[in-house]
Ligand binder design. Structure first.
Ligand code: ATP
Ligand code: MG
Length: 243
C-alpha cells in the first residue's frame, strides 16, 4: 500500500509545490515508485514544474467521476507519475470521493505525494482526506508560522495526526538579523515535530519553473534528499547546529 503524504501550509507561496517536486525526485532516485497528485484546483502547477503540460489530457476529476480509468489519467514524467488537478471546482468533489479515488492507486506506488492548495478551508479538506500523514511547510516568519500552526491543527481535526514541519527558505543571516525566527522558536510556534530545514536557494526559483532539476550540490536538493530519506525510514540526523 502506498504511503500518502499531503504537503500543506496555511499561507500561500511558501514552497509546497517546490517541495513536492523535490521530494518526488529524491524518492524516485531512491528507487521508489512515486505518484504526485496536484490538489490545487484551478491553480495547478505541478504539470508545469514537471514539464508535462502538453501530455495532459485527464485529471483526477475524471477518475473521480468514472470518466476515465485511473491509469489513463496519470502521465509519466521522468520516472514520476503525475495526476493533475481539475481546472474547475465541482460539487462532485467530496472528501470521501477523494479517498475512494486515491485508493485506486494504492497498489501501484510506494509514495503518493499530494500538493495541497494554500489556506485551510475549502479544497484543503479534499487534499487532507487522501493523506495518512502530512508535511506542513512554513517559512520562519511570524505570519507564516502562525498559519502553519493553524494548518497543523486543521489537519489533526481532519484525521491526519502524523504531521511534521518543514522549514523552507531558511537563511541563517536573516535569523542573525532577527528577520526570521530560529529553528527552535519556529518549531514551538507551529507545535509539530521538525522533519527538515530547506535553505533559501536561488536555484529553486530559477530552475524548477523551467522543469529542470537542481545541481547535485545545491543546498535545497540536499535538504530534499535528507527529508526523503527520513520519510523512507532512514535515520538521518537533523544537523541543527548548522541552523
Ligand atoms: N528553498 C527555496 N529557496 C528559494 N526559493 C524557493 C524555495 N522554495 C520555494 N521557492 C520559491 O518560492 C516561490 C513559491 O514556491 P511554490 O510555488 O513552491 O509555493 P507554494 O506554497 O506551492 O505556492 P501556492 O500556495 O501558490 O501553491 C517560487 O518562486 C519558488 O521558486
Ligand atoms: Mg503550489
Amino acid at each position: 500500500m502506498a504511503e500518502k503524504i499531503v504537503i500543506a501550509s496555511g499561507k500561500g507561496g511558501v514552497g509546497k509545490s517546490s517541495l513536492t517536486v523535490g521530494l518526488c525526485r529524491a524518492l524516485r532516485d531512491r528507487g521508489r515508485r512515486v505518484l504526485a497528485v496536484d490538489c490545487d484546483l484551478g491553480l495547478r502547477s505541478l504539470d508545469l514544474l514537471f514539464c508535462a503540460g502538453d501530455a495532459l489530457v485527464f485529471d483526477w476529476g475524471d477518475v473521480l467521476r468514472g470518466a476515465c480509468a485511473p491509469e489513463r489519467a496519470c502521465i509519466e514524467t521522468d520516472g514520476i507519475s503525475l495526476l493533475s488537478a481539475p481546472l474547475h471546482e465541482s460539487s462532485d468533489f467530496t472528501p470521501q470521493g477523494m479517498r475512494d479515488m486515491i485508493a485506486k492507486y494504492d497498489g501501484g506506488f510506494d509514495y503518493i505525494l499530494i500538493d495541497a492548495p494554500a489556506g485551510v478551508v475549502g479544497e484543503f479538506a479534499l487534499a487532507a482526506a487522501m493523506a495518512d500523514r502530512a508535511l506542513v511547510v512554513a517559512t520562519a516568519d511570524g505570519v507564516c508560522l502562525r498559519s502553519a500552526g493553524r494548518a497543523a491543527d486543521t489537519l489533526r481535526e481532519q484525521g491526519v495526526s502524523d504531521r511534521r514541519l518543514v522549514i523552507n527558505r531558511f537563511h541563517r543571516a536573516a535569523v542573525e538579523h532577527s528577520f526570521l525566527f530560529n529553528v527552535d522558536d519556529a518549531i514551538d510556534r507551529v507545535g509539530v515535530q521538525l522533519i527538515g530545514v530547506v535553505p533559501e536557494d536561488p536555484e529553486v526559483m530559477f530552475r524548477l519553473p523551467k522543469g529542470e532539476g537542481l545541481p547535485k550540490k545545491s543546498p535545497a536538493k540536499r535538504a530534499w534528499e535528507r527529508i526523503a530519506a527520513r520519510l523512507d525510514g532512514e535515520n538521518v540526523p537533523l544537523r541543527l547546529r548548522l541552523f
